[in-house]
Design a protein around this ligand. Sequence first.
Ligand code: PBG
Length: 322
Amino acid sequence: MNRPTRLRNNGVIRGLVRETSLSMDDVIYPIFVVEGEGVKREIPSMKNQFHLSVDMLDEEVGVFKSKGIKSLLIFGTPGYKDHKASSAFDCDGIVQRAVRKIKEIDSEMLVITDVCLCQYKDDGHCCVYHKNIQIDRETTLEILRQVALSHALAGADMVAPSDMMDGRVGHIRKVLDDSGFEHVSIMSYSAKYASSFYGPFREAAHSVPSFGDRKMYQMDIGNSKEAMKEMALDVMEGADILMVKPAQLYLDIIKKAEERFDLPIAAYQVSGEYAMIYNAVEGGYLDRRAIYESLLAIKRSGASIVISYFAKELKALIELYG
Ligand code: PBG
């Protein structure tokens, strides 16, 4: 008789037949850098995540490393915002300084930067608009190119465009190649949905749009084929890694992407997904293994890279539940 339970008899057997596991090689930890000195402030909408000033990285990068983190994704909250997102491509901007600092502290830490305009623009949008009604794609792409180049100049290993403008991956690839940064890779937020689960992040990054929403550029939450189209375009334009975002609620998209494309698939467990699970665990509604399970599910569905605010807890979770 076929008894699947035979292979569950003890931990050793379960380990032998386990198809998916997590390692610290798989994860990227997102951090938020802010202006100021000596700042380490818990983000109210994202418990146990912090706003850090650049000087604090001296200490924090060591802490991240001791927790097994090998890759960081940098988000900046700049000192000033304007119509053309100047602080996003300022060579002394918050992200550029943070990148230089991290590389100075630990040259082996992989540094990835989010390339977008929303935190840096006075209206909180990821693009420039013509009269607040139509996307000014040309101007937006020109700014994004400058942002990506400034990150590469600061020493970023990888840039991650999250704006969802058509053609941005190709434009960024070209400016990097033309400027001697052929070695800098692009992780594209290819299938980025107009999700409600970015709310805590927008509070953390001060990037709530002042009018309208992001539905003119981020994907409709009901679409799946369209995600494949976005990814195919990014492959053609030269992306190195394709990302699905959010992750937890979009495992079907991750699965489909993994089956269809030969590039590594990354998935971003976003701020709302983090907050939901974190608060349920802290509130005593779920046990801590739920965190591990949430990350494992993302990997099992086909993502080889998981971006998560839980990355700094993963080493301990693997020891307990891996
Ligand atoms: C910037 C950006 C956002 C996130 C990552 N990059 C916010 C948004 O698109 O509104 C969300 C990350 C998260 O929620 O954890 N465009």
